[in-house]
Design a protein around this ligand. Structure first.
Ligand code: NAX
Length: 328
């Protein structure tokens, strides 16, 4: 039998945590034959609710779940972690400026990055879900100099999945027929969902759609503002779909992309496609044997170039702001 994998979830008592933990414990994160130990990291006010969630996890009698530890100490929470899902973050509240938001999150992600550096397993893989996810990932990464930079990633898989779903609805295609969609840039309203290299049942998606006005005026804003639309409809932000995307992100990273397809991940740029090296930006990536690679050689048209550049500009501004704050 396999040794259990240690999975740490921060913000475990939150709504994404509640949708996420049961799927990790039932084997959807790593596979149906991989046992897991769960470490739930919360702030002191969240500990009691996390204990309640752990009681429910016990009550599921999941065959793959070996043990659960609950803590508010990051050094304990990340001890021996093989996978860390950083979900807990400080949300933007009324009257908060971007600088306030970045520094509040720096207060969370800098110490967590250090705790990962000092305590996690050598093969640690980190996914940052808590917003602003790309820049929070950059802060954590900068605080973990002994961990290879590429192990710090940010979630744009929810945007990726949303874009596939919108494209399927528009074209009448099955979700499973859509391949090679790309989210570029920041997980924010400036993100760019790119269908120019996507395929629908083997045909070029942009040619199937053949409607640039729909792309510019409907598709892109619908995907980019979907989070706000969910809040408007549900009275709460995306939780189950966000948890599902986190599962997808890690599952794909560990288990690989299908032949002929790719996914979208926020990863440290190596300078590809003119994205400044070091910022954590979303790219098209293939994965294999627990490693990812940026898909190279895609032809970027003017429509795409302008939108990638705009989102990347926002990321470089966020990087400059956290640099100024001494967070990286
Ligand atoms: P909740 O407010 O329901 O839960 C957050 C939890 O994090 C709380 O239980 C809180 O006690 C805990 N927490 C706060 N600071 C912590 C710390 N320093 N250490 C450990 N735990 C801490 O939020 P939820 O709806 O679960 O969303 C979590 C985050 O995901 C938010 O930042 C949200 O903006 C972000 N999202 C990111 C998405 C993405 O695609 N990247 C999509 C969904 C979601 O909006």
């Amino acid at each position: 039998t396999r040794t259990p994998v240690n999975v740490t979830v921060t913000g475990a008592a939150g709504q994404i945590g509640y949708a996420l933990l049961f799927r990790i414990a039932s084997g959807h994160l790593l596979g149906p034959d991989v046992p897991v130990n769960l470490r739930l990291l919360e702030i002191p006010q969240g500990l009691k609710a996390a204990e309640g969630t752990a009681m429910e996890l016990d009550d599921c009698a999941f065959p793959l779940l070996r043990n659960i530890e609950i803590t508010d100490d990051a050094n304990v929470g990340f001890a021996g972690a093989n996978v860390a899902l950083l979900v807990g973050a400080r949300p933007r509240t009324k009257g908060m400026e971007r600088g306030d938001l970045l520094s509040a999150n720096g207060g969370i992600f800098k110490p967590q990055g250090k705790a990962i550096n000092d305590n996690a397993a050598d093969d640690i893989k980190v996914l940052v879900v808590g917003n602003p996810a790309n820049t929070n990932a950059l802060i954590a990464q900068a605080a973990a100099p002994d961990v290879p930079a590429e192990r710090f990633t940010a979630m744009t898989r929810l945007d990726h999945n949303r874009a596939i779903s919108q494209l399927a609805t528009r074209t009448g295609a099955a979700v499973s027929d859509i391949k090679r969609l790309t989210i570029w840039g920041n997980h924010s309203a400036t993100q760019y969902p790119d269908i120019f290299h996507a395929e629908i049942a083997g045909k070029n998606a942009a040619e199937v759609v053949n409607d640039e006005a729909w792309l510019a005026d409907t598709f892109i804003p619908t995907v980019a503002k979907r989070g706000a639309a969910i809040i408007e409809a549900r009275g709460a932000s995306s939780a189950a779909s966000a948890a599902n995307a986190a599962i997808d992100h890690v599952h794909t990273w560990v288990n690989g992309t299908a032949d002929g397809d790719w996914t979208s991940m926020g990863i440290p740029s190596d300078g590809s496609y003119g994205v400044p090296e070091g910022i954590i930006s979303s790219f098209p990536v293939t994965t294999k044997d627990g490693k990812y690679e940026i898909v190279q050689g895609l032809d970027i048209n003017e429509f795409s170039r302008a939108r990638i550049d705009a989102s990347v500009k926002e990321l470089t501004e966020e990087r400059d702001a956290v640099r100024e704050l001494g967070l990286i």
